[in-house]
Design a protein around this ligand. Structure first.
Ligand code: 13P
Length: 341
């Protein structure tokens, strides 16, 4: 399948095309090690390659998945059956190769409990190399925590500044930036707290993107949904989440942005699908932006479990992955219903 990827606008549009979303398979070596430990599998260069391979080679995944975000190690690995490097292998399937380029969230000096994402040093050179290797988009994740005292304005503005610096460098290197400011769901905050913080963060991020000359048409936003904290006793339902999230985004995200691809952030697989579906139902054809997914856990969790690190379970794992991919694809069109589970 060949896609028109002749401009950054075309790549960004293709990433969030209706019926499609992004597979976030860019867990760092540490994080994928934790995921593999959950299924009692050892994390080695080979086991990580085998796990990513089962996802990428699942037959028909390209019908639901527009692009895959990889980690540096995976971008340099190859298809087990064909020996083709993954950027080339995915592109031949009509799936756009992407790369995580941030260097993780580290303690923000002077602000207890808050994080700043690092990775700007040398980024220009790394982007040049990744583009030569076939990456057409990149990802940078900022992490914001809601507590009694936080987030601070300092944390929000330094993270927004770094996100915009990264995005500008991506566009200068012919790479579409996924701009990911993630407000974590950890904590006891209610949905109103989540709304207020998400609104402030997105305003600040778009101010920085504007200030640094980032072209909105050539990017994809990857935000959290507006949700109740995991440890709160009273949780907002699907409709409330969908309405609050849309209201927050109408206020903050310019219509020039082609698409919003949500992160799942530890929601259950079903919740992540149901929330996306409800938002698309409410929006109908009246869409300033396409609303899609860029899920990690919510696409992979059932597949990882079904696989259990064993060769004989590869087909079952692929089936589990395809099921979630298909249901989320339907959710991008508002055509999912719970009985499909
Ligand atoms: P989750 O969907 O598991 O939150 O992961 C998405 C992601 O890429 C986080 O950076």
């Amino acid at each position: 399948m060949s896609l028109n990827l002749n401009s950054l606008e075309a790549v960004a549009e293709a990433m969030v095309a209706p019926g499609k979303g992004i597979l976030a398979a860019d867990e760092s070596t540490g994080t994928i090690g934790n995921r593999l430990a959950q299924i009692d599998a050892e994390s080695t260069f080979e086991s990580r390659n085998a796990y990513r391979d089962l996802l990428f080679s699942a037959e028909g995944m390209e019908n639901y998945i527009s692009g895959v975000i990889m980690y540096d190690e995976t971008l340099r690995q190859s298809s087990l059956a064909e020996g083709t490097p993954y950027p080339e292998y995915l592109a031949a399937k009509g799936v756009i190769p992407g790369i995580k380029v941030d260097a993780g969230a580290h303690d923000l000096s002077g602000s207890e409990g808050e994080k700043i994402t690092s990775g700007l040093d040398g980024l220009d050179d790394r982007l040049t190399e990744y583009r030569q290797m076939g990456a057409r988009f990149a990802k940078w994740r900022a992490v914001i925590n809601i507590t009694e005292d936080n987030p601070s304005g300092y944390c929000i503005s330094t993270n927004a500044h770094a996100l915009a610096r990264y995005a500008a460098l991506c566009q200068a290197n012919d790479i579409v930036p996924i701009v990911e400011p993630e407000i974590l769901m950890d904590g006891t905050h209610d949905i109103d707290d989540s709304f207020v913080v998400t609104e402030e963060v997105l305003h600040t991020v778009f101010f920085e993107l504007y200030s640094q000359g980032v072209q909105y048409e050539q990017m994809v936003l990857k935000p959290n949904m507006v949700l109740t904290g995991y440890d709160a006793s009273d949780r907002a339902g699907v409709n409330e989440v969908a309405e609050a999230t849309l209201q927050c985004f109408f206020r903050t995200v310019p219509a020039a942005v082609p698409g919003i691809a949500f992160l799942s952030g530890g929601q259950s697989d079903e919740d992540a699908t149901a929330h996306l579906n409800r938002m698309n139902q409410i929006l109908g054809d009246n869409k300033p932006w396409n609303l899609s997914f860029s899920y990690g856990r919510a696409l992979q969790q059932p597949a990882l479990k079904a696989w259990g690190g064993k060769d004989e379970n590869v087909s079952a794992a692929q089936e589990a992955f395809l099921k979630r991919a298909k249901l989320n694809s339907l959710a991008t069109k508002g055509e999912y219903s719970e009985d499909m589970e």
